[in-house]
Design a protein around this ligand. Structure first.
Ligand SMILES: [Zn+2]
Length: 99
């Protein structure tokens, strides 16, 4: 059986470790249970925020490096809109030739 001091020492050193003595003290001592929950919550929150921030800044880097590349415009179907008229006229000319 460990006391509150030992519980907090172990919890502080390895907050996410699976430890039978820490677990049994946690079940019996509400104050220590709350202390460990808050400690884990704070660490998880910090981890999530740091990960989120890292993803956001990586996406911003990618976006800004992509801006220097030429813009590609995608369209549905062939031919692309700027060539449609030319293709249509060519087809009409061919139709006249074969009919
Ligand atoms: Zn305690």
């Amino acid at each position: 059986m460990i006391d509150c001091l030992e519980f907090r020492r172990r919890a502080g050193a390895e907050p996410f470790a699976v430890d039978a003595e820490v677990e049994s003290h946690r079940r019996e001592c509400a104050a220590c249970a709350r202390h460990l929950d808050e400690l884990r919550g704070t660490l998880l929150k910090t981890h999530v925020e740091e990960t989120f921030q890292r993803v956001v800044s990586r996406n911003e880097q990618r976006r800004s490096s992509r801006r220097s590349l030429p813009v590609r415009r995608f369209h549905y179907g062939y031919p692309p809109p700027q060539e449609r008229r030319a293709v249509a006229e060519r087809r009409t000319a061919e139709d006249r030739r074969y009919h």
